[in-house]
Design a protein around this ligand. Structure first.
Ligand code: GLN
Length: 487
């Protein structure tokens, strides 16, 4: 089985369940790949060799005893390192949490373990998920397997790079403003941000609580659906969790888009350039060839998304990160001589530049005197953005746009971080409106960099969005093309 990693996660699970391959063989195959490629890629913050092999042996035993096997049985997965695994370190890519051991597992992690998935390690990210290039990690800079001089995107850059190089079969990411979809797009794989509340946030370290969602990254849409069936369910420990049981998504996949109407916000996208533009036009034609009808929709208000997001997300971040004070959480600096200095110096040495900047920005927009001017105004525009989507969905089933206006950029090429914020102009809108959105690879440009189509659906239409993503994926199954050097 030396080409095991080219198979779908579903196929690997079936091979295991049917007794064609043992879990120890699966894990050994992937561990070999991890140790071969990770030193260059720097996708993993931590590799769980022993635990993964131990769990695999237990699963082999379970299968030998003919006990029922879970939906993700034998699948090697990775977890973004802002999500808790009981007893393991959760760094969030921050020096502050270098030694922080999670006292409990995230619900999403628990659900996957209950379905017999095997966790291979923790994946790199921008510190506290703030960034779009994974360069804000305090530990390492992850590389893009398609071009190791380039960023894998972020903040779930470790997850995307590890899937792209097939070092694991599936990974979790988290998406506050694009952190699953943008790295998926840069690394030529698929990524899905569920409807807000569909996946429990319990055990996910909070960034912007009204936006954060855990979601899957995988080489194929069906694999992502498999993870969603497992983790997309109600959780009483997250007050924003939707009161819905899990959905059967995989049973109703088809390549037919007949009768479906896709909205395209032409005016909003008028600045698209180069190959991203031509690839997007081509993607729309492919959707039409599947039977879908295209209509123009007015989503001009989405132009304000970045401004709104960087007010609301930083406001929420400044509140959420207040708990990292060197007293309850985080490394306490020995330099402090007084109680106040514990806060001051611990936070000063624990947080990186970008995190500090966002805390300051968030504190500013929430400060009395500025709250109405910034925070309240941004809340109002967020509402208008959600309303514009709602109106568009009165006459459409889905909205289509590229995931990102650009392809993977060179590492270190953004001296001005504000410019990097523009990366997320097309992913932030679905986050602000709490909508399900998938990124599916649509093409490879002349510089050998992947591009993607984003499909956004109405609230709770997660299954429909995944199915549309699958239909589109069949028009150009780019999962068959692995980045050179990682075959
Ligand atoms: N790149 C965006 C930011 O820097 C989005 C991050 C995310 O979704 N976690 O905030």
């Amino acid at each position: 089985m030396n080409q095991l990693h080219t198979k779908s996660a579903l196929a690997i699970r079936n091979l295991f369940v049917q007794g064609e391959i043992s879990a120890v063989e699966i894990v050994s195959h992937y561990l070999e790949r991890i140790h071969k490629y990770n030193p260059d890629l720097q996708a993993f913050l931590k590799i769980y060799d022993d635990q993964a092999l131990k769990k695999a042996a237990l699963l082999d035993e379970k299968r030998a005893q003919k006990k029922p096997l879970g939906q993700m049985a034998g699948l090697p997965i990775g977890i973004k390192d802002n999500t808790h695994i009981q007893g393991e370190i959760t760094t969030c890519g921050s020096k502050f949490l270098e030694h922080y051991r999670a006292p409990f597992s995230a619900t999403a992690v628990r659900l996957m373990l209950e379905e017999d998935a095997i966790i291979m390690g923790k994946l790199n990210l921008d510190e506290f998920s703030m960034g779009a290039s994974s360069e804000n990690s305090a530990y390492m800079t992850t590389k893009n397997p398609w071009n190791t001089e380039c960023t894998p995107g972020g903040s779930s850059g470790g997850s995307a790079a590890a899937i792209s190089a097939r070092l694991i079969a599936l990974a979790t990411g988290s998406d506050t403003g694009g952190s699953i979809r943008q790295p998926a797009s840069f690394c030529g794989i698929s990524g899905f941000k569920p409807t807000y509340g569909r996946v429990s946030r319990y055990g996910l370290v909070a960034f912007g609580s009204s936006l954060d969602q855990i979601g899957p990254l995988g080489a194929r849409v069906k694999d992502i659906a498999l993870m969603m069936e497992t983790i997309g369910r109600n959780c009483p420990k997250d007050p924003t969790s939707l009161k819905k049981s899990s959905e059967e998504i995989l049973t109703s996949f088809s390549t037919d888009m007949k009768g479906k109407v896709i909205g395209v916000p032409h005016k909003l996208l008028e600045d698209l350039k180069g190959e991203v533009k031509t690839d997007f036009q081509d993607s729309l034609k492919r959707m039409e060839s599947l039977g879908a009808t295209l209509v123009d929709v007015d989503l001009d208000i989405l132009r304000y998304s970045i401004a709104v997001y960087y007010i609301l997300a930083t406001a929420e971040a400044s509140t959420n990160l207040a708990r990292f004070d060197g007293i309850r959480h985080g490394i306490r600096t020995p330099q402090a001589a007084s109680f106040e200095e514990v806060y001051k110096y611990s936070r000063d040495s624990g947080f990186g530049q970008e995190v500090k900047k966002r805390i300051l920005l968030g504190t500013f927009v929430l400060s009395s005197g500025h709250r109405d001017e910034f925070y309240r105004k941004a809340q109002k525009i967020r509402y208008l953005i959600a309303e514009a989507f709602h109106n568009a969905f009165n006459k459409t089933d889905f909205i289509a746009m590229p995931t990102c206006p650009v392809t993977a950029f060179a590492l270190g090429s953004f001296p001005d971080p504000f410019e990097m914020y523009l990366q997320d102009s097309l992913t932030i809108p679905a986050s602000l409106a709490g909508l399900p959105a998938i990124s599916v690879p649509s093409g490879i440009d002349s510089k050998n960099k992947p591009m993607s189509l984003q499909i956004i659906g109405p609230k709770l239409q997660d299954a429909a969005v995944l199915q549309a993503g699958y239909a589109f994926e069949q028009t150009a199954p780019l999962y068959k093309t692995l980045p050179k050097g990682f075959l």
